[in-house]
Design a protein around this ligand. Structure first.
Ligand code: MRU
Length: 357
């Protein structure tokens, strides 16, 4: 997508260097950073310089490839896999991408492993762009249908950031929105601020501003009121892990929105690449929920004049709990939008979809 009229993606390989956009600085500063060591990959994922399930997966694949190029032994591959795997536990794309790399490279001689792993990481990256673009086209149909019925501006509520910054390009939940804009469908986006990291207020609003898409940031608690007052036509969010039976784990607060949407008969859509589907986990309670540091609740970043500062909004010794994700049971979900098509959140439907080429 464009930033200051120039095309960017969130991660790329150029002149033997892996570069990312440092998302912890956005929207105040647009900074490109090179990842130069395994530690820099680990810390970029942990500190959320890169974030969003698909992008976490791509970054981990590059991190593993980077390390295999340096030292292709089996023991180093396993050690690195473990280090990267433990960075963020909920986003299934992390495991999926690491498995894609090791399942191939462990079968070939050490000398060939470096080049091959980089080839796989590049493919994961490029496939993610294709998938997200297709999710955009598939999701556009849904927005178009709602527009045909309502014949007025469509109000879409989204949570967190599932835009291009959460993937390599295009995004998942925001991809249909970008396509709708290109098709001149009148849309307006309610952007949940998404405490505590504020991905909505900081990142989603920045993406929408860059694309000239009308939007309004709201506090996380406002969605229920808006839905009750018919100010929302549809909800559209991303997913960090979707069980094969159709339950969706996404940014904390997604569940609350889905329940209120259901209560108010507002369709609730989840956009995801099929790499986000966990074929093993069946029980919701088996999904690992990342618990992040409580300082994310008490500490806020501030822009004062042109300086970026941080401050505490309550005493940092106050006990806190900071679960980063929650699970929305399938009964609250209208449809899943994937690159392979749109389907009901039901096991047999998802399995059939996965068989599509
Ligand atoms: O903690 P984050 O910012 O990595 O969480 C991101 C989300 O919850 C997204 O909705 C999800 O990863 C889908 S991204 C296409």
């Amino acid at each position: 997508m464009k930033v200051n009229k120039k095309d960017y993606s969130t991660i790329w390989f150029e002149n033997n260097k892996i570069k990312i956009i440092d998302q912890t600085k956005l929207p105040f500063k647009f900074e490109i950073k090179e990842l130069k060591s395994l530690q820099s990959f680990v810390s970029a994922i942990k500190k959320m310089e890169v974030r969003g399930a698909p992008l976490i997966g791509v970054t981990a694949a590059y991190g593993l490839a980077f390390e295999i190029l340096r030292e292709p032994s089996r023991s180093n591959i396993f050690k690195t896999y473990k280090k990267l795997f433990n960075c963020r536990p909920t986003a299934i794309n992390l495991r999926w991408a690491l498995d894609e790399v090791i399942n191939t490279v462990l079968k070939i001689p050490p000398k060939k492993r470096g080049k091959e792993s980089l080839k796989i990481a590049n493919k994961i990256r490029n496939d993610d762009i294709k998938s997200c673009k297709q999710i955009g086209k598939n999701g556009l149909e849904i927005i178009q249908n709602i527009y045909k019925k309502k014949k007025r501006c469509i109000n879409i509520l989204t949570h967190c950031n599932a835009g291009w910054l959460a993937t390599v390009d295009w995004g998942t939940a925001l991809a249909p929105i970008f396509f709708a804009k290109r098709k001149k469908i009148p849309i307006h986006i309610w952007v949940d601020e998404t405490r505590p990291r504020n991905q909505g207020a900081l990142l989603t609003s920045w993406e929408l501003k860059n694309e000239n898409i009308p939007h309004t940031v709201i506090v996380d608690n406002a969605g229920g009121h808006l839905m009750q007052n018919k100010e929302v036509d549809m909800c559209l969010v991303g997913s960090d892990r979707t069980t094969i039976s159709g339950n969706v784990c996404n940014k904390i607060g997604t569940y609350l929105k889905a329940v209120v949407a259901y209560e108010n008969k507002i369709p609730f859509f989840v956009a995801l690449p099929t790499s986000t589907i966990d074929k093993k986990i069946k029980k919701i309670s088996d999904i690992p929920i990342e618990i992040r540091d409580g300082s994310e609740l008490s500490k806020v970043n501030l822009k004062i004049k042109n300086k970026l500062l941080s401050a505490n909004i309550f005493e940092k010794e106050t006990p806190t709990l900071n679960p980063a994700f929650d699970v929305t049971p399938k009964k609250f979900i209208t449809k899943l939008i994937t690159e392979k098509g749109i389907c009901d959140p039901k096991e047999e439907k998802i399995k059939r979809l996965l068989r599509n080429r």
